[in-house]
Write a protein that binds this ligand. Structure first.
Ligand code: APR
Ligand code: PHB
Length: 388
């Protein structure tokens, strides 16, 4: 087999890159380890920056998002002293689109089907070869048969646990990581959202978030110790706990119901540099992981795709400037979002080793946000997303 761009991983990064490149006349093959059903079963965040909305339109996947998505012009932060609103529209004239990543992935698959894109599911033993040559190739197993895919470029869109990042020699890679001493227990339920906008709650019992997918599908999270297991938490225990942490007026009126999905996710900040080595580019979670507090995971993946898509279109026309600039351009935006996600996580969670001084500083940081319009503007500009 031969193609121009081999894409390892059929999550949001891989599917969006495949869609954009094929629409630009560049041939791709997506190699995905799991089944289409498994990819579509994943529940992830649901806040899209304007740049992500724009890229989905450019990929021809924006129609259902505009019909079913919900523009949000602000969000709430709450503490035991009450809640206040961060007004995106007033601060920076921008908004975010609340539309689940699962729906984005559905739309990308539908668009890929419509153009007859090549996506091979349930492949195994993927290995990358001759990355530092002009003739890279990928080997893999499909239906029990060993296969070889020759290509010009390889996009490693295979997430944190994929093969691509590890295919860059350890001597070349520099990794940066912070693992947080807690996780998020998340619930999805067919209930009316607790409020019209997201509520991020800082509480002595721990962080909580009230989010949504639509007016009959709510998404909630509470901070839990790393030692907790999802089976430790009945639906009733979850609802009782999140009601303790959300503002009283919200807790008193929120609708509860059976969970249709319940899971615990660990939180980490992670970046690997560089994001390119020879003919291999790292994209999305393959290169970086953010704690979900700032809702940056999918949006960072999309900005990586944007930079790589532009670079590969230029390369097809004979210019290597985009290829040479990819890692630096992507990492500049990655570190900006990494800082913001770390900051949001630091001011909203209770840390086990937090001193009384740390607690007072955290409270002071939240007072600055509550009382200083310029501080809220800075948060708003980072939350809605820096330009690509
Ligand atoms: N070979 C082929 N496919 C692989 C391999 C492999 N060795 N390893 C992993 N994959 C696939 C996974 O099955 C998954 O479908 O790569 C895909 C990676 O998808 P994601 O992990 O979703 O990463 P990405 O596409 O970059 O999207 C980032 O997804 O996980 C969320 O929070 C994250 O919102 C962010 C977004
Ligand atoms: C979600 O709706 O899943 C969500 C929203 C905002 C976040 C994290 C998750 O910061």
């Amino acid at each position: 087999m031969r193609t121009q761009v081999a894409i390892i991983g059929g999550g949001p990064s891989g599917l969006l890159l495949s869609q954009l490149l094929n629409r630009a006349g560049i041939a791709t093959v997506v190699l995905e380890r799991t089944s289409r059903e498994h990819v579509l079963s994943r529940i992830r965040a649901g806040v899209l920056e304007e740049g992500t909305v724009r890229m989905l339109h450019e990929a021809g996947c924006g129609e259902r998002m505009m019909r079913e998505g919900h523009p949000h012009h602000g969000c709430y932060l709450s503490t035991t002293e009450g809640r206040f609103r961060v007004d995106f529209a007033q601060s920076c004239g921008k908004e975010v689109m609340v539309y689940g990543q699962t729906e984005v992935t559905h739309d990308l698959y539908d668009a890929q089907d419509a153009i007859g894109a090549t996506i091979l599911h349930e492949v195994s033993d993927v290995a990358l070869h001759d990355l530092d040559s002009d003739h890279p190739h990928v080997t893999f197993t499909k239906d029990g048969r060993a296969q070889r895919l020759d290509c010009d470029w390889i996009a490693g869109c295979d997430g944190f646990h994929g093969v691509s990042r590890k295919s860059i020699p350890q001597s070349v890679r520099q990794e940066f990581e912070r693992v947080y001493p807690f996780g998020w227990l998340g619930i999805l339920s067919h209930t009316k959202p607790a409020a019209d906008e997201l509520i991020y709650a800082n509480h002595p019992l721990g962080f909580a978030l009230a989010s949504m997918r639509n007016d009959r599908l709510s998404r909630y999270y509470i901070q839990v110790p790393l030692t907790d297991k999802v089976e430790d938490w009945s639906d009733e225990a979850f609802w009782t706990e999140i009601r303790r942490r959300l503002p009283a007026d919200v807790a008193g009126t929120m609708e509860t119901g059976p969970s249709i999905e319940k899971s615990i996710a660990p939180l980490r900040s992670f970046v690997t540099e560089p994001m390119r080595w020879g003919r291999l580019f790292l994209v999305g979670d393959a290169a970086h992981i953010v704690p979900p507090t700032g809702a940056k995971g999918l949006n960072l993946a999309v900005s990586d795709v944007h930079y790589l898509y532009e670079a590969l279109v230029e390369a097809a026309a004979g210019s290597m400037s985009g290829v040479e600039a990819y890692s630096g351009r992507a990492l500049t935006r990655v570190w900006g979002a990494m800082r913001f996600s770390w900051w949001m996580t630091s001011i909203l969670h209770r840390f086990p080793d937090q001193s009384a001084f740390d607690q007072k500083v955290q409270e002071a940081e939240l007072h600055v946000l509550r009382d200083m319009p310029s501080a809220r503007e800075t948060m708003a500009r980072n939350y809605v997303g820096q330009p690509f």
